[in-house]
Design a protein around this ligand. Sequence first.
Ligand SMILES: NC(=O)c1ccc[n+]([C@@H]2O[C@H](COP(=O)([O-])OP(=O)(O)OC[C@H]3O[C@@H](n4cnc5c(N)ncnc54)[C@H](O)[C@@H]3O)[C@@H](O)[C@H]2O)c1
Ligand SMILES: N[C@@H](CCO)C(=O)O
Ligand code: NA
Length: 430
Amino acid sequence: MMRTRPLKVALLGCGVVGSEVARIMTTHADDLAARIGAPVELAGVAVRRPDKVREGIDPALITTDATALVKRGDLDVVVEVIGGIEPARTLITTAFEHGASVVSANKALLAQDGAALHAAAEEHGKDLYYEAAVAGAIPLIRPLRESLAGDKVNRVLGIVNGTTNFILDKMDSTGAGYQEALDEATALGYAEADPTADVEGFDAAAKAAILAGIAFHTRVRLDDVHREGMTEVTAADFASAKEMGCTIKLLAICERAEDGASVTARVHPAMIPLSHPLASVRGAYNAVFVESDASGRLMFYGPGAGGSPTASAVLGDLVAVARNRINGTTGPGESAYAALPVSPMGEVVTRYHISLDVADKPGVLAQVATVFAEHGVSIDTVRQQGKDGEASLVVVTHRASDAALGGTVEALRKLDTVRGVASIMRVEGE
Ligand SMILES: NC(=O)c1ccc[n+]([C@@H]2O[C@H](COP(=O)([O-])OP(=O)(O)OC[C@H]3O[C@@H](n4cnc5c(N)ncnc54)[C@H](O)[C@@H]3O)[C@@H](O)[C@H]2O)c1
Ligand SMILES: N[C@@H](CCO)C(=O)O
Ligand code: NA
């Protein structure tokens, strides 16, 4: 039966995502009301620039005072799509204190302060939902938290940043320059307010922290995630990848150790075989594999960024939270009971593609091979190309720990015959 008192929703931020949330709330109002069991009313919109024309939004709802809005006391749900740490954090906790549940798309904040925000939500008996924070429109948080709650997740691996996938795809498929591709991603509304967060891997690392936390029932913060961005990936790296039948993607990988006693989380560029489904993920699309004991391997794929896809995830959460309000209940909160230690990157085991500039003379190959052997890193293939007394040596290893590989590279750099280490890239997805 339809409740007549509308649920009051405040929107904090009306940028790329917020404006789409407002639009869908208005255009789909009847369907949303039918699905929730009560009408939803946009009760206020906090913005930074009040003079901007905002189509479809009653100007009377606009305010620049987000704090006063969340303190009103009659709100059911606050949707936070401002981004960043402050004032978003204080606004969210203030919203809980004044009786509202919260839907957020803010991965940076959740990866930094998720535990405290969940605790605040629980203290006040409210919901904190954030499906939009990871992989845009793709349902991932809810499947991990609810559908897979009876299984044991061992690995979450995928592309979780649309901007960098868009840039890498452009560089690979059209030979576009880095800056040109980044500008286009920004214009399309994919990039963060400061795109350094995307290209240096902070955004993907925040998402990895959130995913690992939920998948392994363990608190994982941004600082626990090993992070390397994609700004150093060159056209030469793409050429090397092609020679190996691979392409390069920025991956987020969260893994349970084989003995189950610890977990790791990392973000870095990696070569993946063209035959792997992740190699075909184009533009700002994201794709994530989840591997669990009983389910086997699941793949989640879809638009990972952009106003409308992200708003889809926000609206899904809004409906869920609104239903909980009507039923006088809350959804699942934080689950961190396993409290597994997060191991450092040195313990991660994977394969490596190393490109060395060496002197082209007898014995060099043997010298290089000895260094690998001394560090317990087994070589899979070696390819050498000569050029005027110098040579380029490409070594692909079998699986080795990051610590062993690091030691190998350090020792290689000390060899007189090694002029330089041109690139080191992990090889994943085999
Ligand atoms: N754009 C995407 O594809 C996408 C996808 C998933 C998640 N997100 C997340 O959604 C959030 C918003 O992203 P966006 O792309 O819409 O950013 P945006 O920069 O387009 O929008 C944020 C808006 O908040 C406003 N704002 C800033 N401080 C404010 C304040 N104190 N009070 C009121 N308004 C304020 C800004 O003026 C801006 O219009 C971020 O957390 C982002 O990480 C974005
Ligand atoms: N800047 C982010 C937005 C989606 O979270 C991205 O490009 O993936
Ligand atoms: Na999502």
